[in-house]
Structure formats: C-alpha cells, structure tokens
Ligand binder design. Structure first.
Ligand SMILES: Nc1nc2c(ncn2[C@@H]2O[C@H](COP(=O)(O)OP(=O)(O)OP(=O)(O)O)[C@@H](O)[C@H]2O)c(=O)[nH]1
Ligand SMILES: [Mg+2]
Length: 340
C-alpha cells in the first residue's frame, strides 16, 4: 500500500456511503471539463471531495491545465452578506464576459454538505448560465477550517476554464486564515453595527484582508465602520510597511442590483492583482500555497502510517525501553519516524 492510497482509503472508508460507484474515466472527464461540460466538472469535484481512488490520477491529469484562474476569497461573519456579494460579483464578472466558478465552503456544519451556503448563491440568477459553476462543499474531516479538498476543487474549476473562482466561507475558527492562504486576493466583509471592525482586529483578520468590503452600507453606521477600519489599519501591522499593500475599504449594498459598489470592489481586486504581479508577491503566495498542500498531504500520509504503527511490536518495544529508562521518548519518536 503506497502512502497515497492509504490516505485515500481511510478517507473513503469514512464516507462509505458513496462506495461502489463505477470507476471514473478520468481522461474523458478532464477533457469534458475543459470543454466546459458542467457534469464533468461536477463529477471531478465529487471525485476529489470523496477522496476517490482516482484522486491521484485526477490531480495528475489536471496539473497541466491549471494556474490561470484568479482565486478570490470572501470571508466574514455569518450573515454579513457573503453569498449576496458573491452573487453580485458573479453578475458583474459575467457582464465582463468572464467564466466564473464559485465554491461555497461551510466550515460550521460538517454534516450539511454546505448545502445552505450554496443554495443561497444558486437560488439567485445564475442557474442555467453555462459560464458559471457553483458548488458547495462541507469541511468534512477538517475541524474549524476549509475542506482539505478545496484546493483540488479549485484546480478542477481552473482547468475547466474559469477565469475567476470565488471561494466563500464563514469567518469562524481558522477558516479566514486558510482562505487567505488559498486565495490570490482575500475580501473581508464586515457590516455596520456588528462590531465587526473590532472583531476583525482581534481575530487577526486585518492581516489577511487584501480588500475590505463594508457591506449593508444602506444601514446606519457604515461610515463609522469605515472609519474604525481605517483607524485600525493605521495602527500598524505589515500593511503600514513601505512596499506593502494597503487594503482599500469599499462600501457596498450587495442586495441592490445596480449602483451597489460591486464594480468598485472589482476595480480594487484588479489593482491588487496588478500589485501581486509587479511585486512577485503573487508568485510567492502561490508557491506558499503549493508548499502547504504538499505538507498537508505528506502529514496525512505520515499519520496514516502512524495508525499502522499504533499497537505494533516496534512501538511496544520502544515503549518498554522508555519505561525502563533505556531511552527517552524523543529519541524513541525519532527512531519510530525514521522507520516509517
Ligand atoms: N440591508 C442589506 N441587507 C443585505 C445586504 N446584503 C445582504 N443582505 C441581507 O443579509 C442577509 C444575509 O445575507 P447572505 O448573503 O446570506 O449572508 P452570508 O454572509 O452569506 O451568510 P452566511 O452564509 O449564513 O454566513 C440576507 O437577508 C440578505 O438579503 C445589503 O447590502 N443591505
Ligand atoms: Mg452565505
């Protein structure tokens, strides 16, 4: 058993409900996805989400066709207007002729399949538009953060020719930090009167935001929220260092169809993209992203092998030696890792 299949098997076993599907014709699916077939895209995302035995083949087949999509992360407190903003952004991007993917990742309800988030987006006006793919994902097997399959799902949408992929996730737990590590540009949404500015500062969100969106600007207190954010940004952090990006603050009324500020959000996103390109920061982020992904896969493989080790004779022997004072647990652990 190679490390990869071991990882897949445990994840697949955890989701035995979907076992027994026929084997996937991965090359045909990738070809279909590249030709814009929604069903092929959906199937590929299911394969990566289910950690199907074909996962490796899918990853390998996608690799040559990825790297061109721009990934936008949207995060913020529950109810701040992420899905509404996503819908408005999709509409604006479609008007620019862009192909758009949406991944709604619900880190708060590992059992819902993230359906609520996705449905809220889907219920809007994009159903049936072949230039838009919308998919919701649960954060199965990854407490408090994004689904581990999110990067692979991004690759599927990238290979399917999406110019922009929007990733929406509720800002709870580690998710906003994770979304920032996944996205080229991270939008942090806040709303007036929710104390979000202060919450943001506490949670370290100031550090991950590339663009601040003060949504529900039709409500009282929007200007105060903008001032709060501006003040907090002025207090320092990496943003104030020379050569660094200073996150702009844009007011939106995402629930409005027109004159909603969303075009200005896209202008700031475009400016940030230019900055990413001209400073090399974009490449640095993508490399960092890949490194984390490799690390996560490698750690999962190690953990899997540790599982085999648990209760093994080798571990038992080392434990006896530690108890007898013949070695210490650190040296024993080194030996164990070396033997994996
Ligand atoms: N007044 C006002 N209401 C808005 C605005 N944008 C969104 N809303 C409303 O706020 C509520 C929540 O919007 P969603 O887009 O579902 O918020 P969300 O952040 O995706 O929520 P979760 O996914 O549950 O975290 C809905 O009732 C929206 O209609 C806005 O600009 N102004
Ligand atoms: Mg939502």
């Amino acid at each position: 058993v190679t490390e990869g299949t071991a990882v897949q098997q445990s994840a697949t076993a955890a989701r035995s409900g979907r076992r027994g599907r026929r084997a996937a014709d991965v090359p045909a699916l990738v070809e279909g996805a590249r030709a814009g077939e929604a069903r092929a895209v959906a199937r590929l995302i299911s394969l990566v989400e289910d950690a199907s035995p074909a996962l490796r083949e899918v990853a390998a087949a996608l690799a040559p066709h990825t790297g061109s999509a721009q990934v936008l992360g949207l995060t913020g407190s529950p109810g701040v207007g992420k899905s509404t903003t996503t819908t408005a952004l999709v509409r604006a991007l479609r008007a620019q002729g862009k192909r758009v993917g949406v991944l709604a990742v619900d880190p708060s309800s590992p059992f819902s399949g993230g359906a609520l988030l996705g449905d809220r987006v889907r219920m809007q006006d994009h159903a049936g538009d072949p230039g838009v793919y919308i998919r919701s994902m649960a954060s199965r097997g990854h407490l408090g953060g994004l689904s581990w399959a999110t990067p692979q799902a991004l690759r599927v949408l990238d290979a399917a020719g999406c110019d922009v992929v929007l990733v929406e996730t509720v800002g709870v737990g580690q998710s906003e930090l994770e979304i920032a590590s996944l996205a080229d540009t991270t939008l942090v949404l806040v709303a007036p009167g929710m104390g979000d500015g202060i919450q943001a500062a506490k949670a370290g969100i100031l550090e991950v935001a590339d663009v601040f969106v003060v949504n529900k600007a039709d409500r009282d207190g929007a200007d105060q929220t903008v001032r709060d954010l501006r003040y907090m940004l002025s207090l320092g952090g990496r943003h104030s260092e020379p050569g660094h990006w200073r996150p702009p603050i844009v007011k939106t009324v995402a629930a409005r169809e027109t004159d909603n500020g969303v075009d200005e959000v896209l202008e700031k996103v475009a400016a940030h993209r230019e900055w990413l390109g001209s400073t090399g920061e974009g490449h640095r982020r993508r490399t960092e992203r890949a490194a984390r992904e490799i690390e996560a896969i490698a750690l999962a493989a190690l953990r899997e092998r540790m599982g085999d080790v648990h209760g093994s004779a080798a571990l038992g022997t080392l434990a006896e030696q530690v108890v007898a004072g013949g070695t210490d647990p650190y040296r024993a652990a080194d030996e164990l890792v070396a033997s994996l």
